[in-house]
Design a protein around this ligand. Structure first.
Ligand SMILES: [Zn+2]
Length: 362
């Protein structure tokens, strides 16, 4: 048996993402497990499983695994939870029966207690990872180490995320099962150690349960703090809007010749922090039905149904804010059409074709 390398190029399969240079996953299959101690001394069978008791019901199972390397015999066995304690040494017996072969027909569930079978002779591991160079979907900065649980596919996993530079993710498969069993045995909740920076804050997790944050989770274990010193002292920048006067109708005339009725609402915008001065300016909130087309796709949502635009103080003073807003909306929609390479019906004047230039040679 030898290791096999399998590489997936996400740029080819999922399509190229702007700014991404490399985005590949790799899988090292059939890697031999490093169980030197167990090869010398033999496996150390212990009772493994879970126990979850709620007011409604008790769900429990027991099987056998090596307490050192985590390898399970095949079949792993199904012991009586009332008779076997989690973590208890398992003295035997083991059956010599071959592991059940996979068949199409659903096998009858084996009756308890089912005796564990023989240890696998060549346990293997799949080690996998993903490398992104350039911009990645996850634009955060941070590093994470996960210590899995007894049910995890990966005993250990880690990631390093460098924002626009790229990211690296590694998953150990069953490598590190011994470390995982030392640190986080007998649970079905992975633990995470993480430091990350995003949204102007620093976030941390220190041996935090990965999937179950509660109000009782202490802040040292799972918390965050605002990093930006100005945000800290004065509060984050916020925008607020207040309607001024009644709604007004308007008309947006696109250079291509199409005309769109819009509804306009003048608003006073305030931009400021919790403390300190705020800056005021005029904006217009606009809506259009059935919308202004900016894309050539045929599905719904090709039209822009509304947005906001700035207008000048002079426009409001002169009572011309609706006119100026419509011109600015046309400019914004024209930019959108360029961005989406829109080709629609157009009465826009086209350049005269150049007259043929004949040179007469006499
Ligand atoms: Zn072992």
């Amino acid at each position: 048996m030898s290791a096999r390398l399998h590489i997936v190029d996400h740029e080819k399969i999922d399509g190229h993402e702007a700014g991404t240079l490399v985005n590949r996953s790799f899988y090292l299959n059939d890697m031999p497990r490093l169980i030197l101690l167990c090869r010398i001394f033999g496996h150390r069978p212990v009772v493994d499983g879970y126990d979850t008791t709620t007011a409604m019901a008790r769900s429990a199972a027991r099987w056998v695994a090596c307490g050192r390397c985590g390898v399970r015999p095949s079949p792993q066995g199904d012991l009586d939870p009332d008779q076997w304690r989690l973590g208890q040494r398992y003295p035997g017996p083991f059956s010599d029966a071959a592991p059940p072969t996979k068949t199409d027909a659903a096998p009858a569930p084996p009756a308890r207690p089912q005796t564990p079978g023989p240890w696998p002779t060549q346990p293997t591991v799949t080690f996998s990872g993903q490398l992104v160079i350039g911009r990645s979907t996850y634009r955060t900065l941070g590093a994470t180490l996960k210590v899995g649980n007894d049910g995890s596919e990966n005993a250990l996993a880690c990631s390093l995320r460098l924002g626009r530079l790229g990211a690296l993710y590694l998953s150990s498969g069953d490598y590190g099962r011994r470390i995982q069993r030392r640190l986080n045995a007998g649970t079905y909740e992975s633990r995470v150690i993480e430091v990350a920076a995003h949204d102007g804050s620093l976030w941390w997790k220190l041996w935090a349960p990965r999937d179950s944050w509660t109000k009782g989770t202490p802040r040292w274990m799972d918390g965050n703090t605002v990093l930006n010193p100005i945000d800290r002292w004065l509060g984050p920048v916020r925008y607020s809007y207040e309607d001024v006067g009644p709604k007004r109708p308007g008309r947006v005339v696109m250079p291509e010749g199409d005309v769109h009725e819009v509804t306009l609402q003048l608003q006073r915008q305030r931009k400021g922090r919790r403390r300190g001065r705020s800056v005021e300016s005029w904006t217009v909130d606009w809506t259009s039905s059935p919308g202004i087309p900016t894309r050539n796709h045929s599905w719904k949502g090709d039209e822009v149904l509304g947005s906001g635009t700035d207008v000048s103080d002079a426009a409001v003073d002169a009572g011309r804010w609706a006119e100026e807003a419509c011109a600015r909306i046309a400019a914004a929609m024209s930019r959108d059409r360029s961005h989406h390479r829109w080709r629609g019906p157009s009465t826009f004047p086209q350049p005269e074709p150049e007259p043929d230039f004949d040179v007469e040679v006499s």
